[in-house]
Design a protein around this ligand. Sequence first.
Ligand code: ATP
Ligand code: FE
Length: 356
Amino acid sequence: LTILGLESSCDDTAAAVVRHTLGSAPEILSSVVFGQTELHSAFGGVVPEIAARAHAEKLDICVERALQEAEMPLGKIDAIAVTAGPGLIGGVISGVMCAKGISAATGIPLIGVNHLAGHALTPRLTDQITYPYLMLLVSGGHCQYLIASGPQEFTRLGGTIDDAPGEAFDKTARLLGLSQPGGPSVEAEARNGDPKRYRFPRPLLDRPDCDLSFSGLKTALMRMRDHVVAEKGGLTRQDRADLCAGFQQAIVDTLAEKTRRALRIYMEQNPNQPTVAVAGGVAANTPIRTALMAVCAEQGAAFCAPPLALCTDNAAMIAYAGLERFRAGDQDGLDLTARPRWPLDKTSPAMLGSGK
Ligand code: ATP
Ligand code: FE
């Protein structure tokens, strides 16, 4: 099967071609990502209206390039997978309309993919790990522990009760005058910092479940920053690095401890050969990866983290998630709708998402 994937739910316009023949590893024939960072940089965050316009302008060129790079004419594509939510609705609509247009004109089947399922299935695309596995989905808008048992079967064990870590990284970068997206710039600053100089809270560790909270971190950061500024009249390079290091260490420690708990809960039901996989933009963070790897080693679980470029938004993950659905005999019609919210786990919709 050869699938064309489209992604436009946030600030990356992406198209990719993924091929999978049963019995062999899936192949990413092309994965084109047009970022929009410069378009939004003056505003300190993604502006939905600007994002939607940029997606509408770039999607067709992006699709064309993905097909070219894959050396795949449209005629050889078996299905078109498109992110149908959750995300910024203008962008999602742009992608869905583009995919519907191609489908209507060519008769190629259409598949609406949940963006989060795309992230959650990435470890199967990159490492062919088998169901079930424990997934930590940690991104700009989400943070949750899921048991993945099938392409559309996810059980939620817990997650953030407020902000997502990616959001916290982005806000921290903004508060310290670092560039967006905040994750990579805070990680880079933190490399020269002392994580012990400023002590950040590690919320909810007193609770035995695997729920997390990150909204207090940015308040703590703001207070510490203001305190330093009031005392010294400004932040030195070292102050900034130390603040980043302390902030990042709090996230690392919290994620490590909650992963340990989630893994224990998971192993009660699935004691044999447990695998923990991470995905989502924040999974690109090296200290977070290292800490999770250590937790897995300590608990006797395998650890799987996709390459960095497949952790952040891309269309290869959407193509692959679509491929699994298509293989199961599932597809959508031209009545496919774009959804701003779309929880992966149907049983607890109120707990998911953060308004993105
Ligand atoms: P969602 O997938 O929940 O809809 P999204 O698509 O905006 O959200 P992703 O593209 O998966 O999120 O991830 C982007 C987020 O990842 C940003 O908040 C960014 O700061 C964060 N991020 C990227 N690289 C790193 C890093 N090295 N360390 C920490 N965070 C990172
Ligand atoms: Fe994402």
